[in-house]
Design a protein around this ligand. Structure first.
Ligand SMILES: [Mg+2]
Length: 375
């Protein structure tokens, strides 16, 4: 099956409310841009993928570095396709969403959801609500109860106070309120920040160690991104000192980086993302390396709806992925933000997310929505 054409379009859809990302202190989001990829083949099968976007950089990058090198290739030659994407990734963009569209095609051709072609391990996954903002302990206790009622098994808090003892208090209050019946995770988002964020205190190794010790006592499921992305020595030391699992890697890229993180024992849980870290096939290989080292691979999923579905297919294929991250922060980012481009949304029930069984990545684009938000 031959790739006949590839179109990249900027799509900007509204968010259901204002959203203040913990990883971009001082910033407010009202809409979400993405680069929509549409690939057509000589058999007539069409596939969709998406790149994270800030503006037109994805469209320019795909048209400049990828399009001509991909047209004419065999859809099933993933290794050759990944070579083209890796080369493009060194020239300004995260191109991995192009491979999502390829797998969407392969799944449709096989009449199977993608996870069934990559390991097919689980049809439902325990799901946690991944909060995106920093709020007061009082608000979080109230919301944790609502989130449990909405069908989630866990909740991930964001830490970003200049004084970590304020963050620790939030975790303690939430553990007291719902800790018996829900798993609680903490994301410190210390690895980087969105361009344009206001500058806040960055944790050093000793802060991360002290916070980690406190969270350990509370039985927090994991501490995420406690240190900068490439602080291999700090992460390694921290992981060795703490028994609470350390998670990270959401914007590390490709096998060589993950191999270094895994071999140095930087993280107990690797969080590569099909939008940011590599093609789905490369991430499947990385998850296999993690498995050999008795580590979990639980994809990061905050990008856009299509990225969420792609990561769900990856997660469902894996034997070492016990959780699925579902971006959920009312009112700015809830089911509407994740599912706005599709005919049907994802289903969360009794603590689990059901893996969609439609062929390919599992979604069906709603054409009227696409036309409305295409720039
Ligand atoms: Mg994170």
């Amino acid at each position: 099956m031959i790739i006949e054409n590839l179109k990249a379009n900027l799509v900007v859809h509204p968010l259901p409310g204002e959203f203040h990302p913990a990883w971009g202190p001082g910033l407010t989001m009202r809409e979400l841009p993405l680069t929509l990829i549409e690939i057509t083949t000589d058999t007539g099968i069409k596939g969709y993928g998406a790149l994270p976007a800030s503006g037109k950089e994805g469209v320019v990058g795909v048209n400049t570095f990828i399009k001509d090198n991909l047209i004419g290739l065999d859809v099933f030659n993933i290794e050759e396709i990944e070579k083209v994407l890796r080369n493009a990734s060194l020239r300004t963009i995260w191109p991995w969403g192009v491979e999502m569209a390829i797998w969407d095609i392969i799944g449709k051709d096989a009449n199977r959801p993608v996870y069934k072609l990559m390991g097919g391990f689980q049809d439902e996954i325990k799901v946690y609500a991944s909060l995106g903002e920093v709020r007061s302990a009082e608000d979080r206790v109230k919301e944790a109860i609502q989130i449990k009622e909405a069908g989630f098994s866990g909740i991930k808090l964001r830490f970003h106070d200049n004084d970590p003892s304020n963050d620790i208090k939030i975790a303690r209050d939430v553990v007291e309120a719902v800790g018996e019946s829900m798993e609680i995770m903490v994301d410190a988002n210390q690895a980087d920040a969105l361009p344009g964020s206001k500058s806040v205190n960055q944790w050093d190794y000793y802060t991360a160690l002290e916070v980690g010790k406190e969270l350990e006592k509370m039985g927090i499921a994991w501490l995420e991104e406690p240190l900068p992305r490439f602080d291999i020595e700090g992460l390694k030391k921290l992981s060795n000192k703490l028994s609470i699992p350390i998670a990270g890697g959401e914007k590390n890229q490709m096998i060589a980086e993950f191999k270094q993180l895994i071999e140095n024992d930087c993280y107990d849980i690797l969080q590569g993302d099909a939008s940011f870290s590599g093609g789905l096939f490369e991430l499947r290989k990385i998850a296999g390396i993690a498995e050999a080292y008795h580590k979990k691979f639980i994809p990061h999923t905050w990008s856009n709806g299509i990225g969420l579905y792609a990561n769900l297919q990856l997660a469902a294929s894996l034997p070492n992925c016990p959780w699925f991250e579902y971006p959920y922060e009312k009112p700015g980012w809830d089911h509407a933000a994740n599912n706005i481009l599709f005919k049907e949304g994802l289903e969360i029930k009794n603590g689990y997310i059901n893996v969609p069984q439609k062929p390919g990545l599992g979604f069906e684009i709603e054409p009227t929505q696409l036309e409305k938000y295409k720039v």
